[in-house]
Design a protein around this ligand. Structure first.
Ligand code: BG6
Length: 482
């Protein structure tokens, strides 16, 4: 049986906006995520529109106290961090992926010096992790942007975001470099092509550019900001590692007709090109050609080629949830970049939220990345969003989650057997948190159940699920006991 590396980083993943809560405590400023609200079914066909428009944003601000903003609550890690980290320690976590809330340190994003209470909060969290031998894996930005920057600069559309972000990340590196060994610059940097508000904090309708132009300009700013951060990191924290991250949206052709296969290849090139840039240090020709053919004119950052070349990451991280099916036929084709696609794969089962379950797609992705990049690969998100039931005696029998994770861990082991260099695995939402795409608590991923509902009611008490005990022995045996 293939063996995982002895230093394999087992753990779990969270993000500040979905987990931390306490949106206004300790001097924190609000983030653009804090303005995404759940709407009642009758008001809309989508109960949680993550693409907030300028008009919706104005309304959300006007009626702030009337609306349900789930990211402001998270599951209150802010007040439960000691208890939560003890639970992670009990499972034997080697690492814990979390993100820092930019607006907890720099409330508007414009301040020159950070808010001390926020700075101390993260010192406390890291100290607690070390108590249990857990090395934090910190994402510098997991979507959430100080809302002031969304409002005044239209988020990442503005090149001014680069300097503001780099000031923030330089502070993170200087302040926490001795406490944090593993870092990721941007969560799912390719997600901006799917959701411009979520990934870029922008209102595309306010821009004078076309949607696509606006999104790719913003992505260029993010890639530059990431590269400048990585260059500073390598100079100032040479003993730590920094990676990039994308949502690995692996696509399959609808048929074996060459037109479908070609469309799939093009879609995959599109999904992955940020990793090409962040690992190899330059824009791939396929994307430069796409820009040329489609009239997308990027205002390039000065000397951007050498900035990208100097900002190459040490490892490539992905989230992996599902695969999608692509067709070249115009009536079946969908806009480039869509996260969850409509064409069904009859060979895969789906989750309650319609995501195709496909562990072999993970093995395939890992092999593809290993051949293409030659840097260690870190799976920093994966998991099953499911309905869980808390029994009257405080148990959660989540065998479906164990089955899902087992199959994916087996796929990782198979990929390692194929020769892939995989450095770790941190399943998503290790402690239940607010779903990003739906704003629900009812879509749960964790090994630990949190007693809270979609409206924010509940005791917020934590309960160990069956998967908690199972994952503990997986870690103990370095994956042998799957
Ligand atoms: C990833 C994000 O895309 O998917 C997470 O990085 C998110 O923030 C996760 O929570 C799962 O998606 P959802 O919509 O089920 O929460």
């Amino acid at each position: 049986m293939p063996e995982l590396r002895n230093d394999f980083l087992w753990g779990g993943a969270t993000s500040a906006s979905q987990y931390e809560g306490a949106a206004k405590a300790g001097g924190r400023g609000l983030s653009h995520m804090d303005y995404i609200r759940r709407v009642k079914k009758a008001d809309s066909d989508k109960t949680f529109p993550i693409n907030v428009t300028w008009e919706m944003f104005q309304d959300h601000k006007k009626h702030e106290s009337d609306y349900n903003f789930p990211f402001r609550r998270g599951v209150d890690f802010y007040d439960h961090y000691k208890e939560d980290i003890a639970l992670l320690g009990e499972m034997g976590f080697k690492t814990f992926r979390m993100s820092i809330s930019w607006s907890r340190l720099f409330p508007t994003g414009m301040e020159e010096t950070p808010c001390e209470e926020g700075v101390q909060f993260y010192h406390n969290v890291f100290k607690e992790c070390h108590k249990y031998g857990i090395d934090p894996l910190v994402t510098m930005i997991h979507y959430d942007i100080p809302v002031h920057l969304t409002e005044t600069l239209n988020g990442w559309e503005s090149p001014k975001m680069i300097d503001l972000f780099v000031r923030y990340t330089k502070f993170l590196i200087d302040e926490y470099k001795d406490e944090v060994k593993y870092w990721i610059t941007f969560n799912e940097i390719n997600m901006i092509m799917n959701s411009s508000y979520l990934g870029g904090g922008m209102f595309v309708e306010k821009s004078s550019k076309s949607n696509e132009q606006c999104v790719h300009q913003a992505l260029h700013h993010q890639l530059i900001a990431s590269a400048l951060t990585v260059a500073y990191f390598h100079e100032h924290a040479p003993h730590s590692l920094v990676g990039n991250m994308i949502a690995r949206l692996q696509c399959y052709p609808y048929t074996c007709q060459s037109a479908d296969v070609l469309a799939t290849q093009q879609q995959n090139q599109f999904n992955y090109f940020p990793t090409d840039i962040q690992v190899k240090g330059s824009y791939p020709a396929s994307i430069s050609n796409y820009y040329r053919k489609n009239g997308i004119e990027i205002e390039w950052y000065p000397d951007y080629q050498s900035v990208l070349e100097n900002g190459k990451v040490d490892f490539a991280a992905i989230s992996y949830y599902h695969t999608s099916v692509i067709s070249a036929e115009p009536d079946k084709a969908e806009p480039i970049g869509a996260f969850v696609r409509n064409l069904e794969n009859p060979y895969n089962e789906t989750t309650d939220w319609g995501w195709g379950i496909d562990p072999t797609g993970l093995r395939l992705s890992l092999n593809d990345m290993n051949d293409r990049y030659g840097v260690p690969i870190f799976i920093v998100e994966n998991g099953l969003g499911a309905h869980d039931e808390l029994t009257p005696d405080g148990q959660i029998h989540d065998t479906y989650r164990i089955e899902y994770l087992k199959a994916h861990i087996q796929a990782i082991k198979d990929a390692v057997g194929d020769g892939c260099n995989v450095m770790g695995y941190t399943p998503w939402g290790c402690i239940d948190l607010v779903s990003c795409g739906d704003g629900q608590m009812t879509k749960r991923y964790g090994f630990v159940y949190v007693d809270a509902d979609d409206e924010g009611n509940g005791s917020y008490r934590r309960y160990r699920k069956d998967s908690f005990y199972w994952y503990k022995q997986v870690i103990e045996s370095n994956g042998a006991g799957v």
